[in-house]
Design a protein around this ligand. Structure first.
Ligand SMILES: [Mn+2]
Length: 275
């Protein structure tokens, strides 16, 4: 059943990608997604996030904001969308570069980071450790692309990644797209007592859980402004950031089934079936 809902979703993402490369507006891309999924908007898992250029950096860009106008200069597309199947939600994100170059290379590096985070998911481990691994991986990417000119360990220690990825790496997926229970200590609903309340996932990884893994990098004015005013401004590659700002950002998200034999990437399995 999981496979079926993700296959549906991938047809939608493939159609959206095609629409982007042939010049469609954000709204037309959203409609191409729905047509391929054969789902009216209210049946989708959530309102599709479809952002061209700078809009790729807006975390919940959708609905009334969606642009009806075709962008003259096309740089990037971020699509984060989900079909449903038998009431269960899928939630996948892909980012596409309009042409080869630095941004396309960064997407490919983020893809490697994302798959490293996925492969590290192990039954019995703490989700929070996976989050920490993600922070180190992203710090490595930001250094490689000269955005943070510091060794990854120092960038994580100084908590600099939050200026470029201000969201969680994972959430549960089920009847709800952000399914509940990430901070639940037991079956009666007791919450995990922690001094890290901002994390959606603080549980131990268990077999048969389904969750997303969705690292991203964004160039968001309000965050960059506060970084520029911080004591860390001198280790930041501001020229590189200016160069990447017109692309908005990027995110790659897959849906993962945890098993005792390791993580199963349902999204990539389904993508392979279709391609
Ligand atoms: Mn998600």
């Amino acid at each position: 059943m999981w496979q079926k809902r993700i296959v549906l979703l991938f047809r939608g993402i493939a159609a959206a990608r095609e629409a982007f490369y042939t010049g469609a507006s954000e709204l037309d891309i959203a409609l191409a997604f729905q047509q391929a999924c054969q789902q009216p908007e209210e049946q989708l898992a959530f309102a599709s996030i479809i952002g061209i250029n700078e809009h790729a950096g807006i975390l919940h860009y959708s609905g009334r904001d969606t642009n009806r106008i075709t962008a003259d200069k096309r740089h990037s597309l971020l699509i984060d969308a989900g079909a449903t199947y038998n009431g269960y939600a899928a939630d996948t994100c892909r980012t596409y570069a309009y042409r080869e170059g630095l941004y396309a290379e960064m997407i490919s590096a983020l893809d490697t980071v994302q798959q490293t985070i996925v492969k590290a998911l192990r039954v019995g481990a703490q989700y929070i450790d996976n989050h920490i691994l993600a922070m180190h991986q992203l710090a490595g990417l930001l250094k490689e692309f000269q955005i943070i000119n510091l060794e990854p360990d120092s960038a994580v220690e100084l908590d600099l990644i939050k200026y470029f990825m201000p969201h969680n790496v994972s959430h549960f997926l089920g009847l709800q797209v952000h399914d509940v229970g990430g901070n639940q200590a037991d079956i009666s609903g007791t919450l995990i007592d922690s001094n890290e309340p901002k994390h959606k996932m603080r549980r131990v990884i268990e077999a048969n859980q389904i969750l997303t893994v969705e690292p991203g990098i964004y160039f968001i004015d309000i965050l960059l402004k506060s970084l520029a005013q911080s004591e860390h401004r001198n280790v930041i590659g501001w020229d590189r950031i200016e160069q990447l700002k017109p692309y908005g950002g990027m995110r790659i998200e897959d849906n993962i089934l945890i098993t005792t034999d390791g993580p199963v990437n349902l999204t990539r399995q389904a993508f392979k079936e279709i391609l």
